[in-house]
Design a protein around this ligand. Structure first.
Ligand code: CDP
Length: 241
């Protein structure tokens, strides 16, 4: 048996950033390229919000919403269908992936995500999955709170106008009706709630690399992040036989 010191590519990759900054698209592509698990944590907050609406809970009742988050297992799994989804969201055996994208979920998810008990319940599950490694995890607080020891932390940013334009294009591409000004107002409001909440607010982790995607297309952002993966290494110290 000999002691070895090697360098390995990043195993735990955290991507954070504001609403519609392209985290899911880029994160999924990166995970596929590396053969890693892609995990979109926003889907868990969306699932709790959808469930609370579905069960007609008073969304202002923090205790009731927290109990829901603690008691209903939300499974985020690799995408089973090529319909534009980045992951499957399964609750009690039912695929609710597209329900989590409904406008009423968009409108309420940031308020629900600000509840400390909801965050505690969901981030514990996210941490367990992230710590297994070989994962690209995206969200708002992955590099700061969920996986502060991540090997590579990226903060993907863009102006609200650019992000709203991308979200608008996505909705139109799905054949649905969209209003750009309304989307922009909602993006700005969600960012405001996400970055001013007391627990785990959206912010750039001290050791994160900020990628400004404003003047870059999806391919250019992807290539830039791939370079970061190739140039970031985690040390491996251990024994090999
Ligand atoms: O896809 P989009 O960027 O619009 O949002 P998302 O990533 O699906 O997240 C939806 C909402 O969940 C965010 O606006 C946050 O309020 C919340 N969230 C969070 O608080 N922490 C995370 N790690 C991920 C999402």
């Amino acid at each position: 048996m000999k002691f070895v010191s090697e360098i390995h590519p990043p195993s735990i990759i955290a991507i954070d950033g504001p609403a519609a900054s392209g985290k899911s698209t880029i994160g999924k592509r990166l995970a596929d390229k590396l053969g890693y698990l892609f995990f979109d944590t926003g889907l868990m907050y969306r699932a709790v919000t959808w469930l609370a609406l579905q069960r007609r809970l008073d969304l202002g009742n923090e205790a009731a919403v927290t109990t829901l988050a603690e008691s209903v297992p939300i499974e985020v799994q690799p995408a089973s269908q090529p319909d534009g989804r980045s992951c499957d969201v399964i609750v009690e055996g039912v695929d609710i992936t597209w329900e989590t994208r409904r406008p009423e979920v968009d409108a309420n998810v940031s308020a629900i995500s600000a509840y400390p008990g909801v965050r505690r319940a969901l981030s514990a599950q996210q941490r367990r999955i992230g710590q297994r490694g070989n994962v690209v995890m995206v969200g708002r607080d992955i590099g700061t709170v969920v996986l502060p020891d991540a090997d590579l932390k990226i903060y993907l940013d863009a102006t609200p106008e650019e992000r709203a334009r991308r979200r608008y294009d996505e909705i139109i591409a799905r054949g649905e009706i969209a209003d750009y000004d309304e989307i922009l107002a909602k993006v700005i409001e969600r960012d405001r709630i996400d970055s001013t909440r007391d627990v785990a607010p959206l912010k750039v982790a001290e050791d994160a690399i900020v990628v400004d995607s404003d003047k870059l297309n999806a391919e250019e952002v992807f290539q830039q992040i791939l370079v970061l993966c190739k140039t970031t290494h985690r040390p491996y110290l251990g024994f090999m036989s």
